[in-house]
Ligand binder design. Structure first.
Ligand SMILES: Nc1ncnc2c1ncn2[C@@H]1O[C@H](COP(=O)(O)OP(=O)(O)OP(=O)(O)O)[C@@H](O)[C@H]1O
Ligand SMILES: [Mg+2]
Length: 426
């Protein structure tokens, strides 16, 4: 019965049946086509769409070179093509430690003939801006990467817990106590401060042992050399713009500590501003007035997500991302996590995922992790779906918890340039 009703509607991944009946494929993106049949027999049938009307927690996984980053970009493209009335209420932030999303500004001339087969044309995105760490802008420019602006952190906006986690310092260790003391002193002053101020504050503290002091100072000096911390700091309202994709490219920054701190702050702020904006939207609805403050519904995409929310340890960005996954639906913050190994992602993300796009996976641990996401399915069932995937690039299974369905799809080719392909000598 249920099957019969759904069959007469397009497939909109993530959209519940009642919304499907009411809205069809309104405010969704065309991400690919159904695959019917196995192996040689496999062929493509009707279109598959992805819901943008609500936010979701999406896991994109699969082994190396299987099409994860490529398909994440298809999602970004589809966001860009939404009618203005929807797109302008939303925004995307891409956390890119690999340095591949900037190329979406350019058309996909590499796969022109494939695109033609799908009745698509190469096109670069105009609503995408690339931000890089403030101290590294010249390096990026020299490498020919089209940079639109910089991003930096003001220490005042962070918590001591985040700083300690980022540097892997235990709170009750001598280093932890010393760092916390200097940090609190500067913070109670209420002025903006950077790493050099922290170093000065530490130098003044006579109760800290010389070797502890030296160790901390050299840690902070190294961190300072990355040029990500400045008194100016980031203002999330300037970074996240309605209707736009903001790519934060960290690919030239090897300091995981600072990268995770920035991701922690950004994630925390986006969540906070959405909670405020949601309250204001409600108030305005009730009173009939115009909202006094607004911040777009935001999707955060984490490339190589196991770095930002790993299963085996806690890093500075772990908690803010967990909060997004657990509580982001109501205020309207979506999450897309991309990883080769879902088993290396924290359980809290897996348990909150409502859509999985999985390419080929071979390790048992990773298949078990997928099963943990969608317990409605048997592990063997998921495995047999994955094993029966045809071997062309872009073939994936989609597990949709909203419709409790699993099906195989071919992700459509990208219209924008893909910079993340496999390196090849000739
Ligand atoms: N839907 C698709 N249509 C056509 N080609 C595709 C598709 N998906 C992937 N490819 C091809 O496969 C290559 C690898 O894809 P991609 O870079 O997305 O892999 P990945 O899963 O992100 O790998 P890694 O784990 O190494 O980052 C692409 O360069 C592209 O040529
Ligand atoms: Mg990739």
């Amino acid at each position: 019965m249920f099957e019969d009703v759904v069959k007469s509607y397009p497939t909109v991944v993530g959209r519940e049946r009642k919304d499907l009946e009411k809205f069809g494929n309104l405010c969704s993106g065309y991400i690919g086509k159904h695959i019917v049949g196995k192996g040689e027999e496999a062929h493509l049938t009707t279109k598959v769409f992805l819901d943008f009307m609500k936010v979701h927690v999406i896991l994109v996984c699969g082994k190396r070179g299987s099409g994860k980053s490529y398909s994440a970009s298809v999602i970004l493209e589809e966001f860009s093509f939404l009618p203005d009335e929807f797109r302008k209420k939303m925004s995307f932030v891409v956390i890119d430690p690999v340095g591949i999303y900037w190329s979406m500004k350019f058309p996909n001339k590499q796969q022109e003939s494939l695109l033609r087969e799908w009745n698509l044309e190469p096109k670069g995105l105009e609503n995408l801006k690339v931000l890089v760490p403030s101290g590294q802008i010249d390096e990026y420019k020299k490498a020919g990467i089209p940079v639109d602006g910089t991003i930096s952190l003001n220490l005042k906006d962070l918590t001591i817990e985040e700083i300690l986690l980022a540097f892997g310092i235990k709170r009750l260790s001598e280093e932890g106590v010393a760092l916390e003391k200097s940090f609190s002193k500067l913070q109670t002053r209420g002025l903006d401060f950077d790493l050099l101020d922290m170093i000065e504050e530490l130098k003044k503290d006579e109760n800290v042992k010389k070797e502890v002091k030296q160790g901390l100072i050299s840690l902070l000096e190294t961190a300072n050399s990355w040029g990500l911390v400045s008194k100016k700091g980031l203002k999330v309202e300037d970074i996240v713009e309605p209707g736009k994709i903001t790519v934060i490219d960290f690919s030239r920054m090897r300091s995981e500590e600072l990268r995770n701190l920035l991701v922690a702050l950004l994630t925390r702020e986006i969540y906070r501003l959405r909670v405020l904006s949601r309250k204001e939207e409600e108030r305005a609805k009730i009173s009939g007035e115009k909202p006094k403050f607004s911040f777009p519904i935001t999707w955060m995409l984490f490339e190589e997500a196991h770095n930002f929310i790993p299963s085996e340890k806690e890093v500075a960005s772990s908690l803010p991302i967990k909060i997004l996954a657990r509580q982001g639906r109501e205020p309207g913050v979506g999450v897309i996590v991309i990883t080769q190994m879902p088993s290396r992602l924290h359980q809290d993300i897996l348990s909150q995922t409502d859509i999985v796009i999985s390419f080929r996976l071979t390790s048992r641990d990773d298949l078990t992790a997928l099963h943990a996401v969608m317990q409605t399915y048997m592990e063997e069932e998921i495995e047999s779906y994955i094993n029966s995937l045809p071997r062309f690039p872009g073939a994936a299974i989609i597990l949709d918890d909203n419709l409790e369905k699993v099906f195989t799809v071919a992700i459509r080719p990208r219209i924008s340039w893909h910079a993340g392909g496999t390196a090849q000598l000739v």
